[in-house]
Design a protein around this ligand. Structure first.
Ligand SMILES: C[S@@+](CC[C@H](N)C(=O)[O-])C[C@H]1O[C@@H](n2cnc3c(N)ncnc32)[C@H](O)[C@@H]1O
Ligand SMILES: [Zn+2]
Length: 282
């Protein structure tokens, strides 16, 4: 199947005044071939009609310091459609992954129904769109964003609904939206791929910055049974530690970002360390 080309159909007008340059925070104007920044004049081209707004890189892009461990390689992992396809087909075909997705749907339904319906909801990273059909009913318009073009192509190829969606490439470290310009942000299964607290905390701050009302995000709980076992076995199997956060640290980051951690249900108390956190802006 050839992935659709959005060149003539993707209408970004509903994002007028909401988008910002991921480099300098200036406003963006559409030129027909891309988006140009009013401030630094950076140009963000459309590829197959998808605006490429992702700034690649990690801590060096916001503190100037490159740390020895970064998620830079992970940002490139699904650039190719074939890699994205492999990842998404695994999620579709493996029984444990299907079970996990079902439970994630339940958690998302519960958390999203506790919020008034959104006008604009941002799904970042959307990956291949595993969760997007579940998010779409909770919003007028869903923005599907990921750093990897291959994932966006996969998501587009498999989108069958008629609901209003907008696709773009974006980094969660430099979200190309003004402060409080989307109702909510959903960020699933990214923070546990970020190797340092600097990256994980930057992620939470960015999500809270662009959300006007709420953030739903997953993290791998340091105090989970899964992580306890991992740490206990580590001296024997040498497996690297999981990239975790504590509920307490997520709560503190929420407070710093003008929000409250209202729920953090686990995906499974025994079989998974992931939690789905709901942070509500005050
Ligand atoms: C494990 S997948 C999860 C996708 C989706 N949320 C889900 O639950 O199926 C993680 C995604 O994060 C994307 N990614 C990695 N680093 C990123 C970054 N800095 N900003 C945005 N997306 C990123 C990858 O391309 C990948 O598609
Ligand atoms: Zn700019």
């Amino acid at each position: 199947m050839t992935p659709p080309d959005l060149s003539t159909v993707q209408d970004l007008s509903s994002l007028d005044g909401r988008l910002r340059c991921p480099n300098c925070t200036g406003d963006l104007d559409s030129t027909g071939e891309g988006l140009r920044c009013d401030g630094c004049e950076a140009f963000y081209p459309f590829r197959r009609g998808i605006p490429l707004l992702a700034i690649h890189g990690t801590t060096e892009t916001w503190t100037g310091d490159m740390l020895p461990e970064t998620s830079a390689a992970y940002q490139e992992e699904y650039e190719e459609l074939s890699e994205a396809r492999r990842y998404n087909e695994e999620y579709r075909d493996q029984v444990t992954k299907r079970w996990s997705t079902r439970r994630e749907f339940q958690l998302l339904d519960g958390l999203l129904s506790s919020q008034p319906r959104s006008e604009l909801l941002l799904d970042l990273p959307c990956g291949g769109g595993r969760l997007s059909d579940r998010l779409a009913p909770f919003t007028e318009r869903l923005v599907e964003a990921d750093i990897a073009f291959g994932q966006l192509r996969y998501a587009l190829e498999h989108h069958e609904g008629t609901d209003a969606r907008i696709w773009m490439s974006a980094s969660a470290f430099h979200i190309p939206f003004h402060d409080a310009s989307v109702d909510g942000v959903v960020c699933c299964r990214l923070s546990h791929h970020l190797p340092t607290p600097e990256e994980r905390e930057r992620l939470v701050r960015e999500l809270l910055r662009v959300a006007e009302r709420f953030v739903i995000m997953t993290f791998f709980d340091y105090h989970s049974v899964k992580n306890y076992i991992r740490r206990a076995r580590r001296p024997f199997n040498g497996k690297p530690p999981k990239m975790t956060m504590t509920v307490e640290r997520v709560r503190e980051l929420a407070e710093e970002g003008g929000a409250r951690l209202v729920a953090a249900p686990p995906l499974s108390r025994l079989f998974s360390g992931h939690r789905y956190a709901l942070l509500e802006k005050r």
